[in-house]
Unconditional design. Structure first.
Length: 371
């Protein structure tokens, strides 16, 4: 039996490659003769680049850029030839920001723009950027600052481009901006389709998890809307511009980037269609499978790309009650790995063991069919 194991990461628990390894160990216990092909994936959220770097044979590099609090930090990126990938979560991800410092209007994203310019200087032509899992809600203006734009208040005083600055911006200068050449292709790997503003936009949808109080939602959303209404009104109609707290909007407006499906692009890069031609089973998974997963998240993306007739099984941390009846979106069965009622902290810590046990149980059922 040939099995493709293509899970996403389990947020705050295990990266996708470790999830895949644990599932493989479980299947090997029950089906020792099975061939397990590991294809960890990501949909543009945190961990996407790490999931696919081995499949592409990318080399890791770092570049010194401005960090989330204005200090200088080393930011990783992955490169092969004229292609480079990085994810903004490696600079301003929630996991990088201590709870006491989680103020999404103060987090700086200038380093993202700086890194893009460095990559272009090095001769990179194709840049893929994962924008999920950020702690920022600056509407993307930090990207502009990193690319050379300058922001001034009504008194002509230049200030830092952070979300808080949206309250004061009076003038924007682009005299220091280097135009990005036409042969440079920047693609945003998005895991959501939310617009930049409005009730389903970046602030209302993701602001709370980043530390923004609901009392500020309307004011911040209006400020971002007014800012783009002046500098790039077309961005307000762009699907997916709200990804990364508006970082996607900034990349499109100021760096000429385009938004693509994170999971579909990931599957293209790892040549999933070639790998799945002769398999007997595909395993997908993520930390929690729910109705949001149906809107383009990794498990659904993999399942939809799997040829008809090849069963897809989901192994997840938990399953939401709002999921449609099985089968759905080519997934024939879905399992939660939770073995007992316990604190979330313990479940996250024991995820690898639970994944292995669940895969072994599924393998035992499959072995009965084989025998």
């Amino acid at each position: 039996m040939k099995i493709i194991i293509a899970p996403d990461s389990f947020k705050e628990s295990l990266p996708a490659n470790q999830v895949a390894e644990a599932i493989k160990r479980g299947f090997k216990k029950a089906l020792p003769d099975s061939e397990c092909v590991l294809l960890p994936v990501g949909d543009g959220g945190e961990g996407t680049v790490a999931a696919i770097k081995n499949s592409l044979g990318l080399e890791e590099h770092t570049s010194q850029v401005t960090g989330p609090f204005g200090d200088e930090v080393q930011m990783p990126y992955f490169q092969k030839g004229q292609l480079a990938l990085f994810e903004v979560a490696d600079l301003v991800g929630l996991a990088k920001i201590p709870y006491e410092k989680r103020n999404p209007l103060e987090i700086q994203t200038k380093g993202i723009g700086q890194l893009i310019l460095r990559l272009i200087e090095q001769g990179i032509k194709d840049i893929y950027i994962g924008v999920g899992g950020t702690a920022s809600n600056d509407g993307g203006i930090g990207i502009a600052l990193g690319l050379g734009y300058q922001f001034y208040d009504e008194h002509g005083i230049e200030f830092k481009a952070r979300g808080q600055s949206l309250f004061e911006i009076n003038e924007i200068l682009d005299s220091r901006v280097s135009l990005i050449p036409d042969d440079i292709h920047i693609k945003i790997l998005a895991d959501v389709t939310n617009p930049l503003c409005g009730p389903h936009g970046a602030t209302y949808t993701f602001g709370k998890q980043k530390g923004l109080t609901p009392a500020k939602f309307q004011e911040v959303d209006t400020l971002i809307k007014n800012f783009y209404g002046k500098v790039a009104p077309e961005i307000l109609k762009l699907e997916g511009a709200g990804a990364g707290g508006g970082i996607a909007a900034g990349l499109c407006a100021f760096a000429g980037a385009g938004i693509v499906s994170g999971i579909q692009t990931c599957l293209d890069l790892v040549k999933f269609d070639e790998q799945v031609v002769d398999v007997d089973l595909v395993i997908v998974g993520e930390g929690r499978l729910d109705t949001q997963s149906l809107a383009g998240k990794a498990p659904i993306g993999v399942a939809k790309r799997t040829p008809k007739g090849v069963p897809v099984i989901a192994i997840c941390g938990s399953l939401a009650e709002d999921l449609p009846p099985l089968p759905f979106e080519n997934i024939v069965a879905a399992f939660s790995i939770l073995e007992k009622s316990e604190p979330l902290e313990d479940s996250l810590k024991n995820a690898a063991t639970y994944l292995e046990n669940t895969a072994a149980n599924i393998g035992q059922i499959l072995s009965l069919k084989q025998s």
